[in-house]
Design a protein around this ligand. Structure first.
Ligand code: FE
Length: 221
């Protein structure tokens, strides 16, 4: 993407021979900013293109199914759950997940009394090592602003209507501190295997904007 082509991107036009590049696709402002920062970091020697590619490929290897395995394990194994709440980095390592970044990971538990929802008010910090890249809405200004001001309204738009008895805690991620929500295990799931339980754990329930699915596969509101 940012290899040295011997010219500025501003100078490149459709007449240039760049197989695979699509000049008919216009970039969003966010993509342009990201590309500019990417090129600057490489130009200044902060990172190499190969390092960016490797980090990006590693991220894409993770999906919410990985986070779901961690949650399901915590649901069936109380001792693992305690280790996960005490020292998430060490606990997920037991399951073969190493956190790629230096940021700490905290797992916050939803109970019948407390519901956590995760946001990054500054940008888009996210537990990517367990969930993969964040969804676009997580990075939007609207989500970042509104979640701290009116979390219940935001959750309602995701289909989750929380009782007023439940305390809502908004946790703000940063470059140094990421959060993963441990949702409450749905009722009626006693007979399910760990694998079946993991199927009920959605990405959004680990961000906290929804609850996991019911055993019938329906969202729990
Ligand atoms: Fe951020």
């Amino acid at each position: 993407m940012s290899e040295d082509h011997g010219h500025d991107h501003a100078e490149i036009g459709p007449e240039d021979e760049h197989p695979g590049l699509q000049w008919d696709v216009s970039l969003s402002e966010r993509a342009k900013r990201s590309l500019a920062m990417h090129e600057l970091l490489i130009e200044k020697g902060v990172v190499t293109n190969e390092e960016v590619e490797t980090a990006s490929n590693n991220l894409r290897r993770r999906t919410p199914a990985d986070g779901a395995k961690v949650v399901a394990k915590a649901w069936v194994d109380p001792e693992f759950k305690q280790r996960l709440l005490d020292d998430a980095r060490a606990a997920v390592y037991e399951l073969g997940y190493s956190l790629a970044h230096d940021a700490e990971l905290s797992v916050v538990e939803n109970t019948e009394d407390v519901h956590h929802v995760v946001v990054c008010t500054l940008c888009s910090c996210y537990p990517s090592s367990l969930l993969g890249p964040p969804p676009d809405w997580y990075k939007s200004f609207a989500y970042r602003q509104r979640t701290v001001i009116e979390p219940r309204s935001v959750m309602r738009e995701f289909g989750l209507e929380l009782s007023q008895d439940i305390q809502v805690r908004v946790v703000d991620s940063s470059a140094d501190q990421r959060y993963l929500v441990l949702p409450e295990r749905p009722a009626g799931t006693d007979g399910l295997t760990e694998e079946q339980l993991a199927d009920l754990v959605t990405r959004d329930s680990m961000i906290g904007v929804t609850n996991p699915l019911s055993p019938e596969g329906a969202p729990i509101s």
